[in-house]
Design a protein around this ligand. Structure first.
Ligand SMILES: Nc1ncnc2c1ncn2[C@@H]1O[C@H](COP(=O)(O)OP(=O)(O)O)[C@@H](O)[C@H]1O
Ligand SMILES: CC(=O)OP(=O)(O)O
Ligand SMILES: [Mg+2]
Length: 395
């Protein structure tokens, strides 16, 4: 007999992640997870079942590059083989921008789709890819409950000062404020840290979500209090292809002196900068870490330097630091970057246990460290499944 299943879709800037969760009276179980990653650089299709690690699908004909739409088509074709095993009872979607109105997940209907589409200019690398599968499913299976889970929701209760730009009130009232992103990841990590290290989880924590999109979040007693991303997910740290923080005067210079238009500037800020722009080689940290080119080293050094400075800023917002957590593609896998970041944060009392870091342990601080340091794999899909089950009354 087929199991009742919640499917989760998570379109990141460089990947499509997906998961299937069975829904039973005893709770949700993640029975499948996977991703089509490195869409624009070197696509790979990885799948894992249950507790098994994800593995590359070897018979998959890997194309040179894939758009998000093409990747979703590949995923739909792959999932066909589970048609008789999975009885779909709900679909949960990661939606990067939820605007000012959404402090929690929402059931998808036409009005919501329209509202979220209007936020596309604030998340051009994500929002269209988050909404397209919702529309396709809604037209084919209109009775299937779909739930939008927002990256911004976890940050909506940040203190007013943390959300505010120094802009006139009339512009602030139009919603021009810091929203913050990667919230589903931070919500998952806050809960996971509470299970592993309850003492730190009630304290002052900085989580470094370092993926193709990268940000830091200051969390106090499980609640987001400040972060590096803002009105859009281009602010904060340099990312795979995004600038991160930039003097707004640069935009005026590009407009007035280099005669660039808004779309050209958008491309520059979102797609041509960050690790790719500085290195001129790749947006992929794996490629840069393996390269001997000085520009690759510069891009990596700038990434680490900016993380170090932003950790200082968030530690100031928190009034100190009890724990530092690394997560997402780079945070989970790049021991070199973790070591370099911990070095930058030594003044806060961070001391790394080098062998623990190099061998992939979960707790990586040295005994004498004043700050607990953890590597916790994120699972945005699990967070989305929990929200989806809850809001649809499935579990
Ligand atoms: N072993 C690794 N070493 C260094 N970087 C890695 C490794 N594995 C993945 N990454 C980095 O993680 C990034 C993807 O992170 P991820 O969180 O999956 O991205 P997305 O932002 O698309 O959700 C890749 O661009 C790559 O640079
Ligand atoms: C908001 C964001 O940058 O997401 P991702 O890291 O998945 O691209
Ligand atoms: Mg991501």
């Amino acid at each position: 007999m087929a199991d009742n299943v919640i499917l989760v879709l998570n379109a990141g800037s460089s990947s499509i992640k997906f998961s299937a969760f069975t829904v039973k009276t005893q709770g949700l179980t993640q029975v499948m997870r996977g991703q089509i990653e490195s869409l624009a650089t070197n696509p790979r299709f990885l799948v894992g079942h249950g507790d098994k690690p994800v593995q590359a699908l070897e018979d998959w004909a890997a194309p040179g590059t894939l758009t998000h739409d093409e990747a979703v088509a590949q995923l739909v074709a792959f999932l066909q083989q589970y048609r008789d095993q999975f009885h779909l009872v709900g679909v949960g979607h990661r939606v990067v921008h939820g605007g000012a109105r959404h402090a929690g997940p929402a059931l998808v209907d036409d009005a919501l789709l329209e509202e979220l589409a209007a936020l596309t200019p604030l998340a051009p690398l994500h929002q269209p890819h988050n909404l397209a599968p919702m529309r396709a499913l809604r037209s084919r299976l209109p009775d299937l409950p779909q739930v939008a889970c927002f990256d911004t929701a976890f940050h909506r209760d940040q203190p007013e000062l943390a959300q505010r730009f120094a802009l006139p009130e009339a512009i602030t009232r139009r919603g021009v404020r810091r929203y913050g992103f990667h919230g589903l990841s931070y919500e998952f990590i806050a809960q996971a840290l509470a299970e592993r290290d309850p003492a730190s989880a009630t304290g002052r924590v900085i989580v470094a979500h370092l993926g193709n999109g990268a940000s830091l979040c200051a969390i106090h007693n499980g609640k987001s209090v400040a972060g590096t991303t803002g009105f859009t997910a281009v602010d904060g740290l340099p990312m795979g292809t995004r600038t991160g923080v930039l003097d707004p005067g640069v935009i005026l210079y590009l407009l007035d002196d280099l005669h660039m238009n808004a779309r050209q500037i958008e491309n520059l800020l979102y797609k041509e900068s960050g690790l790719l722009g500085v290195s001129g080689i790749s947006s992929d940290m794996r490629v840069l870490l393996e390269s001997d080119a000085p520009q690759a080293r510069l891009a990596v050094d700038l990434f680490v330097y900016r993380i170090g400075r932003e950790i200082g800023s968030l530690a100031a917002a928190l009034g100190g630091l009890d724990a530092l957590v690394f997560t997402a593609g780079i945070g989970e896998h790049a021991a070199f970057i973790r070591a370099a970041v911990c070095q930058q944060a030594a003044w806060l009392g961070v001391r790394l246990d080098e062998p623990a870091n190099a061998t992939g342990k979960a707790r990586i601080n040295a005994q004498e460290s004043r700050v607990a340091v953890w590597v916790i794999p994120t699972n945005e899909e699990a967070m989305i499944a929990r929200h989806t089950a809850h809001i649809t009354g499935l579990n």
